[in-house]
Design a protein around this ligand. Sequence first.
Ligand code: ATP
Length: 492
Amino acid sequence: MNMDVLVSLSKRRGFVFQSSEIYGGTGSCWDYGPLGVELKNNIKRVWWRDFVQTRADMVGIDASILMHPTVWKASGHLDRFTDPMVDCRECKRRFRADHVDAVSWVHYCPATKGNKFTIPAGEPCGHCGQRRTLCPECGKGELTAPRQFNLMFKTFMGPVEEDAALTYLRPETAQAMFVNFDNVLQSMRLKLPFGIAQAGRSFRNEITPGNFIFRTREFEQMEIEYFVNPNERVEGRPADEYWHDRWIQDCMAWFGRYGLRAENLRLREHDRDELAHYAKRTVDVEYNFPIGWSELMGIANRTDFDLRQHAKWSGKSLTYFDEERKEHVVPYVVEPAAGVDRALLAFMADAYREEEVRGEKRVVLRFHPELAPLKIAVLPLLKKRDDIVGAAQTIRADLAQHWRVVYDDTAAIGRLYRRQDEVGTPYCVTVDVQTVGDSERGEAGDRRVTIRERDSMEQIRVPIAQLVTVFRELFDGASWSQLAEQYPPARG
Ligand code: ATP
């Protein structure tokens, strides 16, 4: 599937807009619209529920983005959180040295009297056989030798812009879990192994952001630091290695549970020379994005590096007292680190389908019901009938006490269904003449409405009085086919 399709659907239907669009946009920043914010909140909510709320060994925090600048000295970010960067001497554009061969390049071909071609990434010119040496963007300038560029955004704390006031926007949420390790341990009286989770914003001044919300300069992360006792063994293995594998399995299963198809997910082990300075082992969960296989999240065994570094730089002890062995230990940490925006992109890409229904194209986002931004749409069959509209609005208000529900009467019913399919709304409720009857003719309505399910497009008739119960069952995990058996089908 093509990324442009998702970008345009996102804009048209209120998922994601370009930041400050009316001013020409801000480099690689995106705003989540009315449906995007619901989807994003749902992703964070189920992540928090599954990995924090329901687990006895997990707690959460919400730390500030601005931290003491020494945090970044201790963590290694000030010295090592860099990417190699090259500049074009001609057009002044900047590229990541390790990404420059992965983009298509502009070439003025000497074999064809200097004709301009755009050549696919990594390939030589089909006419002269030359490979790229100049700037891929303008095709004219030489690139400088690589220089290291720190990805942290700098800012000043307080009214004076001087070096002493220099601080940084956090490039990851993880460090707050390490510097709060003792606060959390003491206040919650935790026993190893336990984890601290946080979802929040991070900032990286990426040299080559792009691919929609895949790589941006401001993004959200959902991170867990899971502390284990390195002296313990679980199932015959060192605790850190055992828990690392457990988290890898749990994270893969989590993405599958909310809809990512197995064939679009894979694990990638980092090579020795690729490992971050703190890591004993790192495994990425990769997703087959519209741009190809890329990192969705990373799961690293960071050993005791961070706690030791912060203990050294702060002068505070960051240890755990092992009652059994009567010794202080510095826990090892396993870090499952996911990006909210990348997860959202993956869930959207995987949910997107184009289907043919009765000779017409139907676009549908087959979101897992828990992720779907809108859960139910209530639609009146005839918007000129006040009694139908009134009943539909009352139903919307009742259901909205429990779920995100919308009302729409701005088109004919077929069109209204397609609109909801396109944003992934799992159920539509339709109020028609049969529901309300005809008071002028003295005909009573049956007080039943039609529920239409998004994926099968099947329809059943359900009493209004049972709607909340029915939807509760559905959203609690009952399958549509199970439920549909209990009610008469509606005329499609
Ligand atoms: P990459 O190699 O893609 O730059 P990374 O390995 O530096 O990513 P981590 O530091 O492991 O990323 O961050 C954990 C997660 O945060 C990533 O797997 C990704 O989902 C998300 N993330 C990191 N950088 C960005 C970014 N610039 N934009 C959006 N999400 C990001």
